[in-house]
Design a protein. Structure first.
Lengths: 286, 116
């Protein structure tokens, strides 16, 4: 029971944290080009971060239950102390701090530029927290793995977290403005998103003991992620070269088609995050 | 490309440190049949691990939680057993390794009836 619950919460928390961090990055990068969609994007980041604070806390409390193999472990002082003293405790503190900074940095009064930087700092801290626990911590190649994982997460957050804001932009902004923001986003994503695959392959090369490990559960899930990533690349290309530029046309269907593909990307990335949650929670690369 | 990837993997494999605490050996061993009931089970892991929970189950009987587990992490963990009657037993556990991953495991052993 605690394993299943923890796995579900892990997948959900991945989505919420990356959504919050990504919406902050989107607002920071394309904020000057936004008008009426800016408030919705800020609220999206704030709501995602607020819910994530709670989900991450419950997930942390469940660690002791997972150690004990039943829910009663939640009330076991020794196991809770073990979780707190481990890397899980340190990662939890940094992650919650990052999420709270996002909440603070996306408040209405934080529209002042300097204060809004708190949100960006929070988003980076959330990504950093992932490098403080898990398979990379005690690995011989940690000095390489930790920056790779950080880069991987920051770019995934930038991409995944931008999808919902892009829908808001295409729905609320004028045709010209929406097309311009989509063009700006695509130009940035064009260079950044392939880095996700390059960094992912480099991490797999460092973490997996040999090529045969790809036939083990961890390796199979990794291959599943790569296949889903290829599908995502095709959808992203469709948006960059066809549906994004078409937003400028007066055709109402153009906006719907664009949002349809963006929503498909969102669902597939959510699937990738669920696969990642299962992969990193229950299986080992070796 | 495949050659490059395989070569990279081979280079890395030589120095890679395996992350999770895996069971290497156990006494009695997984699948073993012993003539006398063992007073304890010794579990040898790939790295120091913290035993956080342990259960013993006889055939289709209920799982019994084992108390008084060692409190310090070790690569060699001794689990005290109650007095065992002849039958098939499954010892299952959860350990936490250095990487904080919670790893479940189990072994099955048989205590033979006296005179066998």
């Amino acid at each position: 029971m605690p394993d299943i619950l923890s796995g579900v919460l892990r997948a959900l928390s991945f989505m919420l944290q990356l959504q919050a961090a990504g919406a902050v990055f989107f607002a920071a990068a394309f904020g000057p080009a936004l008008t009426i969609s800016a408030a919705g994007i800020r609220k999206l980041a704030q709501a995602s971060a607020t819910i994530a604070v709670c989900v991450v806390a419950v997930q942390y409390v469940l660690e002791a239950a997972r150690m004990a193999g039943d829910m009663a472990g939640i009330f076991d002082d020794q196991l809770q102390a073990l979780a707190w003293d481990s890397n899980v405790g340190g990662s939890f503190v940094v992650r919650e701090l990052g999420l709270l900074l996002i909440v603070a940095g996306t408040r209405r009064v934080a529209a002042v530029r300097g204060f809004a930087l708190l949100g960006v700092l929070g988003a980076v801290l959330v990504a950093v927290s992932f490098t403080l626990m898990g398979h990379t911590v005690h690995h011989a190649h940690r000095p390489i793995l930790a920056p790779l994982l950080l880069a991987h997460l920051l770019i995934v957050a930038f991409w995944f977290g931008a999808l919902w804001p892009l829908c808001l932009v295409s729905q609320r902004e004028s045709r010209e403005r929406a097309a311009r923001v989509v063009r700006l986003f695509s130009a940035t994503a064009f260079w950044l998103v392939p880095v996700i695959l390059i960094v992912g392959v480099a991490m797999a090369a460092l973490l997996l003991p040999d090529i045969a490990a790809l036939r083990q559960p961890y390796g199979r899930l990794l291959v599943t992620k790569v296949i889903l990533f290829a599908v995502l690349m095709a959808l992203a290309a469709l948006n960059k070269w066809r549906l994004g530029p078409a937003l400028q046309s007066p055709d109402l269907q153009a906006g719907r088609a664009f949002r349809g593909v963006v929503i498909s990307e969102y669902v597939i990335i959510a699937g990738v995050l669920a696969v990642t949650a299962v992969m990193t929670e229950f299986f080992s690369p070796e | 490309m495949k050659r490059v990837f395989s070569g990279l993997l081979c280079c890395v494999a030589a120095t890679a440190v395996l992350a999770h605490a895996h069971l290497k050996t156990a006494v009695p061993a997984d699948g073993a049949t012993v003539n006398a009931a063992p007073p304890q089970v010794v579990l040898n892991f790939s790295e120091p691990a913290h035993l956080t929970a342990c259960w013993l189950q006889k055939e289709d009987g209920p799982k019994q939680k084992i108390a008084d587990l060692p409190t310090t992490p070790s690569a060699r963990i001794t689990v005290p057993l109650p007095r065992l009657e002849p039958g098939v037993y499954v010892l299952s556990w959860r350990v936490v390794g250095d990487d904080t991953h919670i790893v479940p495991g189990r072994i099955r052993f048989t205590v033979a009836p006296a005179g066998h």
